[in-house]
Ligand binder design. Structure first.
Ligand code: NIG
Length: 395
């Protein structure tokens, strides 16, 4: 073994989220940010650099495949009113739009960097984030550019809501025209909020097809506030993921189970909006792929804590610990086309994430406990010990 390799050893419980399963008294070796060896600590090759994890549990870093990190302001008053009985409505997005448009690029960059750091502190190693609080050409382009400098996957969500005063059809023309032109150099994905109060099925299809024509992968916000066309549209267009999925018909579940489209559930959002928790158990039982993401945003989910989301999935959504960890790592990677160690659909040539096997990125979430079940057994406790991205400690 050459001296550039690092040995992470004395791992009490190594959850590989792969066919290798969970190993005890384990070790792994990384070279240039990529895992090159995984196995029993007693069999590990010698390396010049060694990190002793002192019996802690290690999992793949969380892959948070749905966030809205570029915004200024908060909506605490709206949240408090909701907790007093008001319903969530998409209209609140305009409040954040105004605050975000008013913020300087420097301030937005600072806020974004702080949010990325907070995510690292919680064990997250891969992040997707969306535009969608600018809603004019200039502000959306700025958000896309800032995001591209800070996170691995950027999604254009100009079609988040029709800004106040705009004509819906004219706005869709703008999103699929000048706005898409302006953001395209910075984004890999296109998304639409296909929901009552946001965009209709036809408008959503137009937006997503325009993105596909520009080579962008498709994601959909769907079936959050009621049954609707989001899931079927996502499956029709070969979307990587349809997110929220709170209200599903049997046909929706069947369509997801028979497709490559991941169903991304957002437990923190469901709690914060007092929607019924998305039916993750039913989706898994039907054979669909499920991801868990934080949905960090100021309106419906002001947290990036994937530990909280995973604990909630176990305690309240009926998932086993294995299922919840898999959904928040490998599932998130599937939702971003980053799960395949051989490259797969990811067109960027980046290593796979969300699994700890040779060939994948050495993205590690080290827990301050020897068993990962504490994520649900000791909910809310500070369980993240350290976080490594490509073999380098970031938190
Ligand atoms: O994913 N559902 C649409 N977008 C966000 C909420 C945005 C907001 O209310 O600010 C979400 O929940």
């Amino acid at each position: 073994m050459t001296s550039t390799a690092t040995l992470f050893t004395n791992i009490g419980e190594l959850r590989t989220v792969s066919d290798l399963g969970t190993l005890h008294d384990a070790a792994l070796v990384a070279e240039d940010g990529i895992i090159t060896w995984v196995g029993a600590a007693a069999d590990a090759p010698a390396c010049d650099t060694q990190v002793d994890l002192e019996g802690r549990a290690v999992l793949p870093g969380w892959v948070d495949s749905h966030t809205h990190m570029i915004f200024d302001g908060d909506r605490a008053a709206e949240f408090e009113a909701r907790m007093a009985g008001q319903d969530y409505a998409a209209g609140g997005i305009a409040i954040t739009m105004n605050a975000t448009r008013a913020a300087s690029p420097e301030r937005l960059r600072e806020l974004l960097d702080a949010r990325v750091h907070a995510a690292h502190l919680g064990g997250t190693t891969s992040l997707e984030t969306k535009t969608g609080y600018g809603l004019d050409v200039e502000s959306e382009a700025l958000a896309a550019q800032l995001a591209a400098d800070a996170v691995g996957d950027v999604t254009f969500l100009g079609a988040h809501v029709v800004p106040p005063g705009a004509d819906p059809e004219d706005y869709v023309d703008l999103v699929t025209g000048d706005m898409l032109d302006a953001v395209a150099p910075h984004v890999q994905w296109i998304d639409v909020f296909c929901e009552r109060g946001a965009f209709t099925e036809d408008q959503s299809r137009r937006v997503l097809r325009a993105g596909q024509e520009r080579g962008l992968g498709v994601r959909v916000h769907g079936n959050q506030l009621g049954e609707g066309a989001g899931v079927a549209l996502a499956v029709e267009l070969g979307a990587a993921s349809v997110d929220h999925v709170n209200y599903l018909t049997d046909a929706d579940v069947e369509a997801l189970a028979g497709s490559d489209t991941v169903a991304t559930v957002l437990p923190a959002c469901d709690l914060s909006t007092r929607q019924p928790l998305a039916p993750a158990r039913r989706l898994l039982d039907a054979g669909a792929t499920v991801a868990i993401a934080s949905n960090l945003n100021p309106g419906t989910s002001y947290t990036s804590s994937m530990n909280f989301c995973v604990g909630t999935a176990v305690l309240q959504m009926g998932l086993s610990l294995d299922e919840a960890i898999r959904a928040a790592t490998w599932g998130g990677a599937r939702a971003l086309w980053r799960h395949d160690v051989r490259g797969g659909k990811d067109r960027t040539g980046r290593p796979a994430v969300g699994t700890l096997v040779p060939g994948a990125a050495c993205d590690l979430h080290v827990l301050d406990t020897s068993h990962a079940i504490d994520l649900a057994y000791r909910p809310g406790m500070p369980l993240t010990h350290s976080t490594y991205v490509a073999g380098v400690r970031v938190a």
